[in-house]
Design a protein around this ligand. Sequence first.
Ligand code: F6P
Length: 368
Amino acid sequence: KKKIAIMTSGGDSPGMNGVVRACVRMAIHLGCDAYCIYEGYEGLVRGGDLIRKMEWHDVRGWLSEGGTLIGTARCMAFFERAGRLAAARNLIAHGIDAVIICGGDGSLTGADRFRAEWPSLIEELEANGEYTALQLEPYRHLNIVGLVGSIDNDLSGTDATIGCYSALARICYAIDLIEATASSHSRAFVVEVMGRHCGWLALMAGVATGADFIFIPEKPREDNWREEMCGIVEQHRKLGKRKTIVIIAEGAIDREGNKITPNMVKDLLADKKGLALDTRITTLGHVQRGGTAVAYDRMLATLQGVEAVRAVLEATPETPTCVITINENKIVRKPLMEAVQDTKKVAQAIENQKFDEAMGLRDTEFSE
Ligand code: F6P
């Protein structure tokens, strides 16, 4: 019987449990044994009871649970060859040679490297006398498939990462709440949202809540951003608006690459002559990441989980490690490292101040 293991890695995101549920059940449905690796790469390195066989009923009710029930952890040991050797030993001990990983681009890159190194790890186990060549014969190749779980929607090559729409819904809900109090006092609020180096959450939240102004890393503000923002806010106030909402992505920068902080924006709105708005800052923080997944993320998790099991069973030693994406509403398999490299190009373009290039490389349209 083919044995398939599923793990979650990196920051948790809503929908990860849906992925695990879909993978476990699809694997069982296709006559395979399903395993979960608990605590991300930590579980892979430590093995033991962190690698557990899963039954159909073990994942009952997981679609509506937030976070990741099988845990995730940052694992330094996996960066060392000794850690990866231990990981190979643990997988073989359980008879596993197919792994599905749901995580961000860092976690998925680690998985691809592990797969590339696998033959040499196997040779080492043989050279150490831990297994004979005959025993290792079924494990000459490791198949890995990635799924992108992140609230940031920061992987090029997919329209949505698992969890981003849940975080967006949470942000919109929070801003609706803020608006009620802002309007009551005729105040301004600067709302900081997550996203690391990606502005998708801030941009979409801005559109969905009708914010007055937004800051995102992909559109670094010109030198005159202060005048521009104050001018727009002033105009909105003149039109009778009693509340001002400015959304700032945590990665927001100006054209020189300097960070634009919520405090800078707040001071401006409060001190600018003619505006002098009573201003507060709200940092939404991890509220954005927790909680149950919205319907879209449950659907994405389920369809992609099913496809991941198919992909890992069909993979050959020659096929490049693939990632399951969604493009124009179709679930697609793509070479993992191409998606990761395109993502890196965006970061590099922003760093080199080639902002138009960065915009073009993102899958989401960032046009005004
Ligand atoms: O990648 C997801 C994310 O929530 C980012 O938006 C944020 O920058 C980061 O993780 C926060 O990391 P941590 O949970 O380790 O503080």
